[in-house]
Design a protein around this ligand. Structure first.
Ligand code: UDP
Length: 330
């Protein structure tokens, strides 16, 4: 039996491919290379370039490779872009996911793991960690497009013999500890990526978006999860579905947060570079604090994070960024 990874040429998807290969699974990647890179897919996996929105093509792919399990990472992830192009996001994240899910049902796929997001919660009522039972009130087309796919999966699993796991990511960062892959996205906007690029002089300076939030140092707080712990949660979710035949919806975070200034200080300390940082006005749409309650993942899947350490996350991110430099890819 083979596992399909959509978006396997991207940041999180490529880490998943390595994790699956490490576990001895046979892996096929489907990716249209709109943001991913063919070189990010290990040669031991079979990369098929194509669109998950093409149901006929995906059905043929699933059947000819005898695929039983699917990890669905392909999608668009930039919140402000989703505000200016909502229909693009509904097409890419919702309509194309519907085609993929339909192909999976037609081809007898048994397990489906979906990349969801903490954006399905919107702004939490309080600064406490958010649990899976919190209200679902997305505040962007991005969050809506992901929540709609969660809903489809719930209904599909009730009607057909396919189990699903919806994993709601908090802030994903870091890179493969063995240096095999990392975040290579062009024009990235995420804090740790931007800070590591500034530390390595790929950017002249960086901004802190707002220092007047009601937090201890005035900057926003996020729950940064190492990408390797995240893909481990995916693998455990697959095993859970394979053995327990149950669906799952779980937060992926550590249950504690770091402020923007704490992250920047850590990048400065680990890199040894005191790069320029300016305070800018608040970025529209930023919530003050978003931290996961991660008990479900720990209790139900016995998930034991190995890299719950901002210093390690930053070390791995910096090392990857430096590798990219030498490869001259970015
Ligand atoms: N942030 C910042 N400067 C940057 C990038 C991000 O101050 O160059 C802040 C952003 O305003 C937010 C936090 O860092 O408070 C995390 O932002 P990111 O874009 O990494 O993830 P998000 O939480 O928006 O998904």
């Amino acid at each position: 039996m083979t596992v399909l990874v959509t978006g396997g040429a991207g940041y999180i998807g490529s880490h998943m491919v390595w994790r699956l290969l490490d576990a001895g699974e046979k892996v096929v990647v489907v990716d249209r290379l709109s943001t991913g890179f063919d070189w990010a897919v290990p040669s031991e996996a079979n990369l098929v370039i194509g669109d998950i929105g093409d149901q006929t093509f995906v059905e043929e792919l699933l059947r000819s490779n005898e695929i039983r399990s699917v990890f669905h990472f392909a999608g668009s992830i930039v919140v402000p872009e989703s505000v200016s192009d909502p229909l693009g996001y509904y097409l890419n994240n919702t309509v194309n996911s519907r085609s993929l899910i339909a192909a999976c049902v037609q081809s007898g796929v048994q397990e489906f793991v979906f990349s969801s997001t903490a954006a399905v919660y919107g702004t939490p009522d309080a600064m406490d960690p958010v649990s899976e039972t919190a209200s679902l009130r997305p505040e962007s087309p991005y969050g809506n497009s992901k929540l709609m796919t969660e809903m489809m999966l719930r209904d599909v699993s009730a009607a057909h013999p396919m189990h699903h796991a919806c994993l709601r990511y908090f802030n994903v960062a870091g890179a493969d500890p063995l240096g095999r892959t990392g975040q290579s996205t062009q024009n990235a906007t995420h804090l740790i990526k931007v800070a590591t690029q500034t530390a390595l002089s790929k950017r002249p300076d960086m901004q802190v978006f707002g220092s007047d939030y009601p937090t201890p140092d005035g900057t926003c707080v996020r729950d940064y999860i190492h990408v390797s712990d995240l893909v481990e949660a995916h693998y455990l979710a697959l095993q859970h579905m394979r053995t327990e035949k149950q669906n799952l919806t779980a937060n992926c975070g550590y249950g504690h947060g770091h402020s923007v200034l704490e992250v920047i200080d850590m990048v400065k300390r680990v890199s040894g570079s005191d790069f320029p940082v300016a305070v800018s006005p608040r970025r529209p749409g930023d919530a003050v604090s978003i931290v996961a309650n991660a008990d479900l993942l720990k209790n139900q899947l016995n998930w034991q994070p190995r890299y719950d350490d901002l210093e390690l996350i930053v070390k791995h991110a910096l090392r990857w960024e430096d590798t990219l430099d030498r490869r001259n890819n970015i």
